[in-house]
Write a protein that binds this ligand. Structure first.
Ligand code: NAD
Length: 498
């Protein structure tokens, strides 16, 4: 039986249930979070693979947010500011060690709440999250000021880089642990305290990460979590006067709103937003490799990935060959629950989200495109959606222009470089692009002309903590990862000694 949006309310109040295979420590932590939430307003978090209630988390109200931010501010001005750069380095490494020791446990929280296959979460998300702490552990001892040569020889003018203070981090549900690490690691390296609000759908791994931070030696209060909805808990956090900077990952809709509010309050903000990413295949590419990667990246984590290569633009000469490979790959995908090791693709995060994804596909079905695979899954329970291929929609259709955030791969053809660039750049987004060709001159020319924050050439979706990450146009402002992410959590103070 397929669970509909209207069934969800009922399921939310049934007995809590965890999938077979959950670790005892995961069960215990879920029970603890449930009991903490029992005291006040709370939100139901469902397992998208079953549609059943997984846990309730607290809905943190404005008064509690205020207390948390004040506590974070005290921890920042008190103990944390006294940590030397070497001590900050040590605790960040210790936290990375603890995350490695708890890798399977952390992976299970994200798998259970977001529906992603647990083996992939451990191999990809947890590993990337650990890498953030390892990389940024190297930064505290390398944050340098400068000496400014002014006119009077008997004056010493120097600059130093100060942390902002308390920063607010707001994260989405598709990479809960990884996004928490991407925000927290550079903020701590720069000496800030962080109050983080994870998505209301996926709070568990962030709550556990904050506990591990304390175990690693980060003073209590320096990393705090407020769980709850965006418009209530999130808004109370970002608008708090003691919050000196905001780092946000999520939709462009919310990003735009937060940017306006931060502008009015004169708070620095960085935004990592959505994408509709062209994956471009030329006839001189390794077609087998390019087409396989095109399918992998479109359907990885059910396409609920900001950098999913959701729009393949293939040269007309190799279109049929590319389609054959994509279809073969798609037919081999095993859709199933997140803790089942046989699953290669999980459900969508919620019934509402699945309905939204389906509405794009149904709209495309009524237009010029043909749907060669996919649609709502016939699998019992959960919010499953089969990997879907939409062939030849027009450039103007919503299925081509919008970020669908589901397992929906658009395939279109192009004829020459100018046609390709005009259509790829017509998007309001500018997050990533893939480029498959063996012509090095074309690599440089196309990479140069694409209006995106990252171009992958003859590869796709590679990531590293030290490689800057972020988008152009409506895909974001500022960069996560690499040196830029430390810089955005610092401000320059000039000291003039006469
Ligand atoms: P969302 O914008 O709905 O929510 C993101 C976060 O913002 C959540 O924690 C939410 O509770 C909070 N929020 C909502 N309204 C708020 C408000 N008024 N004040 C403060 N906080 C508020 O996004 P989502 O559905 O959780 O995530 C999916 C989106 O995230 C997609 O668009 C995806 O592309 C994007 N994303 C981008 C990146 C990137 O690196 N560029 C990475 C992951 C996800």
């Amino acid at each position: 039986m397929t669970i509909t949006s209207s069934d969800v309310q009922e399921h939310a109040f049934e007995q809590r249930r965890t999938q077979p295979g959950a670790l005892p420590e995961v069960e215990a932590f879920i029970a603890e979070v449930e009991s903490r939430a029992a005291k006040g307003e709370r939100i139901a978090s469902l397992d998208p693979a079953t549609g059943q209630l997984l846990v309730h988390v607290a809905e943190t109200n404005a008064e509690e947010v205020d207390r948390t931010v004040r506590h974070a501010h005290d921890a920042f001005t008190g103990s944390w500011k006294r940590f030397s750069p070497f001590e900050r380095e040590r605790v960040l490494h210790r936290l990375a060690d603890l995350m490695e020791q708890h890798a399977t446990e952390l992976a299970q929280y994200d798998a259970l709440e977001s529906g992603k296959p647990v083996g992939y979460v451990e191999a990809v998300d947890v590993a990337l999250a650990v890498e953030q702490f390892r990389y940024y552990a190297g930064w505290p001892t390398k944050i340098l000021g400068s000496v400014v040569p002014v006119a009077s020889a008997d004056h010493l003018v120097y600059t130093k880089k100060d942390p902002l203070g308390v920063v607010a981090a707001i994260t989405p549900w598709n990479f809960p642990l990884c996004q928490a690490a991407i925000k927290i690691a550079p903020a701590l390296a720069a000496g800030n305290a962080v109050v983080i609000k994870p998505s209301e759908l996926t709070s568990l791994s962030t709550l556990r990460l904050a506990e591990l931070a304390v175990e690693a030696g980060v003073p209590e209060g320096v990393v705090s979590v407020v769980t709850g909805r965006g418009e209530t808990t999130g808004a109370a956090l970002t608008s708090h006067p003691l919050v000196r900077g905001i780092t946000f990952t999520g939709s462009d809709r919310v990003g735009r709103q937060l940017a306006a509010e931060a502008g009015a309050a004169l708070k620095p903000i960085s935004l990592e937003l959505g994408g509709k990413n062209p994956n471009i295949i030329f006839p001189d590419a390794d077609v087998q490799k390019a087409a396989t990667a095109a399918a992998v990246t479109a359907f990885f984590y059910s396409g609920q990935v900001c950098f999913a290569g959701s729009r393949v633009l293939v040269h007309r000469d190799v279109r049929d060959d590319v389609l054959d490979v994509i279809h073969q790959y798609t037919d081999a995908i095993v859709v199933g629950p997140s803790l089942d090791s046989a699953s290669t693709m999980g459900p969508l995060v919620s019934a509402q989200h699945r309905d939204k994804v389906n509405s794009y596909v149904e709209q495309a079905r009524r237009g010029a495109a043909s749907i060669t695979r996919g649609g709502i899954s016939s699998r019992d329970g959960g919010f499953f959606y089969d990997p879907t291929i939409v062939l030849d929609p027009t450039d103007a259709e919503a299925v081509t222009t919008d970020e669908i955030f589901g397992p929906v791969l658009i395939v279109q053809t192009f004829d020459d470089d100018d046609d390709l660039i005009a259509r790829a750049n017509a998007s309001r987004y500018g997050l990533t692009a893939g480029l498959w060709t063996s012509d090095v001159t074309r690599v440089h020319s196309i990479a140069d002309r694409l209006e995106v924050g990252r171009v992958w050439v003859n590869t796709y979706a590679d990531w590293a903590a030290n490689a800057p990450w972020g988008g152009s146009k409506q895909s974001g402002l500022g960069r996560d990862c690499g040196p830029d992410a430390v810089e955005k959590f610092l401000e320059t103070k000039t000291v003039w000694v006469g």
